[in-house]
Design a protein around this ligand. Structure first.
Ligand code: FES
Length: 94
């Protein structure tokens, strides 16, 4: 993922924005990254990535493509009872 790629797809929060938040605010716990554009408070798919950004362990994140991240989220949403992937929602532009 590049700096401008979205980590939190629910709230459209980029990697750059999250890494800047960590650098400037030095949060004590990963959950405080939710204060950065509500990241992680939607479907929860991005939470493991938020934890990696919090811990500054971004090696795997460098290898993850936006397409892999998006398709993984689709599977995540399908696995959740009562959830429908964004691409299949009638009200979604995707
Ligand atoms: S992708 Fe971040 S909460 Fe859904």
């Amino acid at each position: 993922m590049n700096p401008d790629d979205l980590v939190c797809l629910c709230f459209r929060v980029s990697r750059r924005k999250l890494e800047k938040f960590v650098r400037l605010h030095q949060p004590e716990v990963a959950s405080r990254l939710s204060e950065c554009g509500s990241a992680g408070t939607g479907c929860g798919w991005c939470v493991p990535i938020l934890e990696k950004i919090f811990l500054k362990q971004t090696e795997l994140l460098d290898q993850l493509t936006p397409e892999q991240h998006q398709s993984g989220r689709e599977v995540h949403l399908q696995a959740r009872e009562g959830e429908t992937p964004d691409s299949q929602r009638k009200d979604s532009p995707l």
